[in-house]
Design a protein around this ligand. Sequence first.
Ligand code: FES
Ligand code: FES
Length: 213
Amino acid sequence: MVAVPGDPLAPDDTGDSDHPVVSYVLRVNGVDRAVEGSWIGESLLYVLRERLGLAGAKDGCSQGECGACSVQSDGRLVAACLVPAATAAGCDITTVEGLVDHDGSPSDVQRALARTDVECGFCLPGMAMTVHDLLEGNHAPTELETRQALCGNLCRCSGYRGVLDAVQELVDERAARMAASETERRAGDEWETDPGADPADHRTDQNTPGGEA
Ligand code: FES
Ligand code: FES
C-alpha cells in the first residue's frame, strides 16, 4: 500500500500482498486510539471489540441485519460490522460506552433502557445508540417515528413494547427537566432586574392555576 501525504492510514511492512495490513488512529468517544498492524479488511466492529476492548457494540449477525453493532460515525448511525475500520480513520466514532454522562454515570437513555423488563439484553446497546441518535435529531418523536428508528434493531426475546414506553418516558422526563430549568432561568433573570423580588414568587406563579404564563 502506498502512503499518501495527509492520509491517516499508514502502510505496515508486516503484511503481504495477500494480507495487507495498515496502522491508523481511530478517534473513539473523543479519544485517539492507535490501531497497529490491522488487516485492511477488519470491520470497525472487530477493531472496537477485539483490538480496542470496547465490547459494548455486539456482534449479532455480522451482516448489517440486526442493529446490535450500531455506533455513530461523524454523528451518523452505522452498522459497525459493515464498515471497514480503516475507512473510519479520521472519523469521530461514538460507541455505547461513549454515551455516559461527564461524571461517567449512565446517560438518561441508558438508564431508561436499563429499566425495561428485558430478557437477555443483547439488543439493548444497539437500541441505546439508535434511541440516542433519534433523540439528537428529534426531541419529541411520535411512537411511529420511534418504531421506524428502531426497525433496524432486532430483539429476539423481549419485543419492543417496553422500549417504546421507555423512550416516551424519557422524552417526557427531558421535557419536564427543560421546563423546570427554563422556569429557573426566567426567575433568575427577573431577580437580576429586580433584586428585591423573590424568585420563589415567579415559580409559584408558574405552578398556580390562573398564574402568569
Ligand atoms: S452485527 Fe452488525 S447489524 Fe448485526
Ligand atoms: S432482550 Fe434478548 S434480544 Fe432483545
